[in-house]
Design a protein around this ligand. Structure first.
Ligand SMILES: Cc1cc2nc3c(=O)[nH]c(=O)nc-3n(C[C@H](O)[C@H](O)[C@H](O)COP(=O)(O)OP(=O)(O)OC[C@H]3O[C@@H](n4cnc5c(N)ncnc54)[C@H](O)[C@@H]3O)c2cc1C
Length: 606
């Protein structure tokens, strides 16, 4: 059986010491209620809900899966009751607009809440998770009537939402979408087409489901410039929300898949279903992009959640499982063997898991502050500046953290030995469940092209330079370092970090120059470049965490072991993880010739 305890001490360390969240909240009048007391109370209550209600449904939900019967989907036992508790606890409305019934707390707190629910039970968390995507779209692009009707109920949680983009022929290349939207002349449209792989596309948690659908108007331009966005409810309603007749939206089937089995992944057929346009005509993809970054951070979080759950359970097991003796002599002579945690290889896996989950959490919480800034921007210039920062960091978070989350889950399975492969222990489920995170919301390959192509080469490195300035500012900040009695120790993080930043800039310039003569270098280097970038970004946060830990230790603080452990973890990160950049640098700078030269007909002789 898996266990889970919300890592409250680590969360508070990030909120209070590393990222100064309470000063950040004070910048905005709207967030004045987000005080340490309130946030602590939220953390405690959310932890209880996740540990006691959601975690027990994680393995049973996987075993039972969702049921499909004649167009209706039923979620596994206990899911509906847990969802009702979630609504009753006010969790769905936490960080949404006061105007439409939300509690108006910062989006960053919603992210913290999502981490806890997602770690306890990712499949369950996907139902409210998809709703948040729909809410963000309607908040940003919906008109007053749409907000009044749909947003209020999504915020209450009485209805849930979906994102219907993918069709059988296209997931990445949405320019190929063929779903049609015919105007009815009364402001409504008839939507016809089939969407596949729709998470939370059908279920029994709520009476109505609000689909956000990409479709083409008649005579729309081909490709991505001819796609519009529509709201299509499963059940038609009056403007006051009273449910009416069914809306020609049917669930054709649900997928039998590798993991997240308790999350319904549905084929949804729209057959002249009535919907309304959201945002301007033919700007559907642009509208989607405005919240895509936040949705991608939500998926990046899945990597951290899996890393945390795998780490917590591996650590317990590694302390209990006895096998052979330590190479440096018996550590527990009164037992038949030493616990496997004494073995360097097992420790290396555990430490890797630890730095991935804590470093990943830091990356997410840093980014969550930027999301707050966007939501509170008073001018277009402010919004754009924050959006540029978010746009740069998002592909790194999404791809790097999901790849590392997958690595951590695999280490977890390995630490359990053969038992890791057996369902009862739950470790193989974490591996299966996290695997999707590198695929949906844009694959690792697509995030990598976005980073290197759009965010670096197309901006001539501006966003990288801006981020580098921030990191170098941290490295050079004399007062920060000299006020620290542990200045010398901090230097072992600061120097390699500064050097890594300089290399990162140089390599991107060299890649830009190479790409001028051979565009394939962008595609052959991009994933290595993204992972390379990820290790440097995570190093920045490990250095910050070490800095904060030293500052705490310089004072009269309780729980000194917590801060000492942080510094030792940072040491591990810099010695064992950051050097991975060296091999990535080598491969990303290598000419694509050996990748491209072999004729596809000669790849196999079967
Ligand atoms: C469990 C699950 C839940 C999902 N939930 C949703 C949902 O709620 N809503 C929704 O709309 N969709 C959803 N999806 C769909 C998901 O987002 C897509 O599967 C994903 O975007 C990839 O698209 P694809 O499957 O069509 O792969 P393809 O686009 O066919 O890609 C295949 C491979 O080719 C690579 N590739 C493609 N184009 C390029 C290129 N130009 N350069 C380099 N490499 C390239 C990709 O990286 C990938 O490795 C879900 C999928 C699954 C499996």
């Amino acid at each position: 059986m898996l266990t889970y305890k919300a890592p409250i001490a680590d969360i508070k360390f990030l909120l209070e010491d590393v990222f100064n969240y309470y000063d950040h909240y004070k910048k905005y009048e709207e967030f004045e209620e987000a005080t340490p007391d309130l946030v602590d109370a939220i953390l405690q209550e959310c932890a209880k809900f996740c540990e006691n209600e959601l975690l027990p449904l994680y393995q049973s939900g996987d075993k039972e899966g969702c049921h499909y019967d004649n167009g209706k989907v039923t979620t596994p036992k206990g899911f509906k009751a847990a969802y009702q508790q979630y609504i009753d606890g006010g969790w769905s409305s936490l960080s949404h607009s006061l105007e439409y019934g939300g509690q108006g707390l910062p989006p960053s707190l919603g992210m913290v809440q999502s981490e806890l629910t997602g770690t306890a039970n990712w499949s369950w968390a996907m139902y409210p998770g998809l709703s948040h995507g729909a809410m963000n779209t309607i908040t940003t692009h919906g008109n007053d009537k749409q907000k009044e009707l749909y947003l209020t109920r999504l915020i209450q949680g009485t209805w849930t939402g979906t994102m219907c983009l993918t069709e059988a022929q296209c997931g990445t290349d949405l320019g190929q979408v063929t779903t049609k939207a015919e105007p009815n002349g009364d402001g409504t449209y008839n939507i016809t087409g089939t969407k596949i792989f729709i998470s939370a596309g059908d279920h029994d948690l709520t009476d109505n489901i609000i689909h956000i659908v990409l479709a083409r108007l008649p005579d729309a331009p081909k490709g991505t410039r001819g796609i519009s966005l529509f709201i299509v409810p499963k059940i038609k309603t009056d403007q006051d929300g009273t449910l009416g007749e069914a809306n020609n939206v049917t669930c054709g089937s649900i997928e039998d898949k590798m993991g997240i089995k308790a999350s319904a992944t549905a084929v949804i057929n729209f057959d002249n279903a009535v919907g309304t346009l959201i945002g301007p005509e033919n700007k559907g993809l642009e509208c989607m992009f405005t919240f895509m970054n936040t949705a991608r951070i939500g998926t990046a979080l899945q990597g951290v959640c899996a890393a945390e759950l795998a780490f917590q359970n591996s650590l317990i097991y590694a302390k209990e499982r006895l096998s052979m003796r330590s190479l440096t002599g018996k550590k527990y002579p009164d037992q038949v063997a030493d616990p496997i945690i004494v073995h360097p290889d097992v420790r290396k896996m555990l430490m890797t898991q630890k730095v991935i989950s804590e470093g990943g959490r830091a990356m997410i919480y840093y980014t969550a502050k930027i999301v707050d800034d966007i939501s509170m921007a008073k001018t277009e210039a402010e919004r754009q500046a924050a959006d540029d920062r978010l746009g740069f960091i998002t592909p790194i978070l999404k791809a790097f953290l999901t790849e590392l989350g997958t690595e951590s889950a695999n280490h977890g399975l390995q630490i359990f030995g053969g038992h890791g492969y057996i369902k009862e222990w739950g470790m193989e489920q974490i591996v299966r469940d996290v695997r999707i995170s590198t695929l949906y919301e844009g694959t690792t390959g697509i995030q990598a092209l976005d980073l290197l192509g759009r965010k670096i080469l197309m901006t001539r490195g501006k966003s990288l330079n801006d981020f580098s300035k921030e990191v170098l500012g941290f490295c050079k900040n004399k007062s920060l370092i000299s006020s620290n009695p542990h200045k010398r120790q901090m230097n072992r993080f600061i120097w390699p970090l500064g050097k890594a930043i300089a290399n990162w800039q140089q390599y991107s310039i060299r890649l830009a120059l190479k790409a001028k003569s051979n565009r394939d270098i962008v595609g052959s280097a991009s994933v290595d470049f993204l992972m390379y970038s990820g290790y440097i970004v995570m190093a920045y946060f490990w250095a910050q965490m070490a800095q904060s830990a030293y500052e705490k230790l310089a004072g009269d603080v309780e729980n000194r072991d917590f801060y000492r452990a942080k510094i030792k973890s940072a040491e591990f990160y810099f010695e064992r993880m950051l050097p991975r950049t060296k091999s990535l640098a080598k491969t990303m700078m290598t000419d694509p010739k050996s990748i491209m030269q072999l004729d596809q007909e000669l790849m196999s002789f079967l």
